[in-house]
Design a protein around this ligand. Sequence first.
Ligand code: ASP
Length: 572
Amino acid sequence: MLKRTHRINELNDSLKGKEVIINGWVDRVRDLGGIIFVWVRDRYGIIQVLFEPGSHAYEIAKKLSVEYVIGVKGTLRERPKDAKNLDLASGDLEILAIDLEILAESKTPPIYINREEGSEDIRLKYRYLDLRRKSLQSNLIFRHKLMQKTREYFNSLDFVEIETPYLMKSTPEGARNFIVPSRIKKGTFYALPQSPQIFKQLLMIAGFDRYYQIARCFRDEDLRADRQPEFTQIDVEMSFVDQEDVQKVIGDLVKYLFKETLNIDIGDVSSMKYSDAMELYGSDKPDLRFGMEMRNLKDKISTDNLGFLKPSEKEEVKMMIVPPNEVLSRKDLDGYAENAKSSNLKLGWAKFVDGKFTGGIGKLLAGVDLGVKSGETVLICTGERNNLNSFLGRVRIDIANKIKIIPDKTFKVLWINEFPMFEWNEEEQRFQAQHHPFTMPYLEDLENEDLSKIRAHSYDLVINGWEMGSGSVRIHTRPLQEKIFKLIGISEEEAKRRFGFFLEAFEYGAPPHAGFAIGVDRLVSIMVGASSLREVIAFPKTTSGTDLMMDTPSEVTEEQLKELGIRLEGNS
Ligand code: ASP
């Protein structure tokens, strides 16, 4: 076999005139009748190879087609001045072929490797071909680097990397579990971990003090555009610490990763209370790359003259100022007013031009000082507080995208603190833990009858409007843990059955502890600017949870089912 002497990126001026051998794939072929030009691609680069007629290599080269795997021996030389290719790293060099060996032929590939086009379904079906694409290779190599840097960081701080099981018991992160039937104990099931939460807490009880793991997690949720049924977390837990300690370690990790991989200084990580985020941005993951905060008008101006926007006693009035732009039309603005109506809210708008409000509700605002500058548009919205906040929060993002005020390549990283401990589950008509039930509540809030008013020592890390991860200080005593289970309607019985082993562990000296988990797929996506999580995962699933290459989920044989003691509905 013609075995390579160099990787393509190693070919440089110092080797000019020398014989080299390269291995790789045929990226494209141009047969000019007299001469054949072939671009050869390996992981490291692309180079042009020239086959001149009359040679043995030329005769073989005639058979070449895209994606053939070859070995080429030849002389490295400088390309003629007018034939340099500035798009290729090795574009001013070429190889004049002496010998050629076809190591593997290829059928005509169903997708273009060197062009970013074609249906995603076909790309996913032939993922191993899709993965030859430069952008996917560079994303996955970036991801590899990020993982290595993560390990480097934690190792330098005495964290221990410990693996935890995939086959476990159902846990209460709030999503549905994937379950795996046991063959040996028919009728019983393992669950795949939604996260290593319980294990990492047990590792603290076991005295490991500082743990991390780059862990795979599985959640059987309805898939949305940016969710995968299995995903990767940088999972962390620490003993004898408080919230600030964990945030310092994680904040420094994020700074380190941005610096080491992208050479970007993200500066200090800011903090905001959950309640402020909701009031100002209508979201618990605010995008701080632009302003347009919501402002409360109720106590600021006399609302009597607001006409149809006048709030009732219980309602709020909020304003948002849109920067001057040529994009938002009257029709767009009326559209937001219509949407507001269908969300049981009232919305009006006006432009501020030459010192006066015009259009929309301009007349109602005559003489009112809202601190608006010339060219700006004001939106005023009235209605029930939570509904109003989240509606205006969505409008904020929508408008910012439309008028293109969100800067590229800027990263705004912040902590959201003091989340509510519980949230109301409308479907099941009960409160559930907002983060997870092992989270430490603010003890001074615990007497509150209204569970929605109890705050938790839990925190999210947000980057550019994406939730990058979450964590909390944990409960470390049994009575408090039992109390929380009770508040969310998990009976003593059920708690014992599901987490008995865990509750018992708290009776053998559990240290105060706290932790965090960062979503790797999302972090990598945002860092490389990928348009979807599938661009940063080697073998992803579609939004309907299918692997198109393996064609799975798929049926299993009767025998397999029988062995497991499972009979499918509809089968006899
Ligand atoms: N286990 C949590 C999660 O996956 C993270 C944590 O609290 O550490 O969201």
